[in-house]
Design a protein around this ligand. Structure first.
Ligand SMILES: [Ca+2]
Ligand SMILES: [Ca+2]
Length: 132
């Protein structure tokens, strides 16, 4: 598990953590996002809830509605969750990349593999991902 996490951290580092600095969120912001994702207020996120959130947020950010988040659109994402999807460092994120990345978030956050992400699991993930 520790190894998998290390690999993930490395992937994200390679995916352009250097570009992310401007978008680094704080824990308070991430906590607020958890509440937005947890649409049935169960205290847990399902994979479906995370995908739905990704869909809503992507549409919000995609101001010119071309299905791609461009640099100026990515800057509007306070969470930094979308810029991390820019695996090929193209400076933009496609719908497909965003969807894939949110599925990965879910897999890595759900440490006890009960197909739900608790607020604790979610916050632990960001404690390790964010530099403070
Ligand atoms: Ca766009
Ligand atoms: Ca879980």
């Amino acid at each position: 598990m520790k190894f998998k996490l290390a690999v993930l951290l490395l992937c994200f580092a390679l995916a352009g953590l250097a570009n992310v600095s401007a978008q680094q969120a704080d824990m308070q912001t991430m906590k607020e996002e958890f509440r937005k994702m947890d649409t049935d207020k169960s205290g847990f996120l399902t994979s479906e809830e995370m995908q739905a959130y990704e869909g809503r947020k992507f549409s919000d950010l995609d101001k010119n509605n071309n299905g791609i988040l461009e640099p100026d659109e990515l800057k509007a994402d306070k969470t930094g969750m979308f810029i991390r999807a820019d695996a090929d460092k193209a400076g933009k994120v496609t719908k497909q990349q965003a969807s894939f990345t949110f599925k990965e978030y879910f897999k890595f956050m759900d440490r006890n593999k009960d197909k739900k992400v608790s607020q604790g699991e979610y916050m632990d993930y960001w404690k390790e991902m964010l530099p403070y």
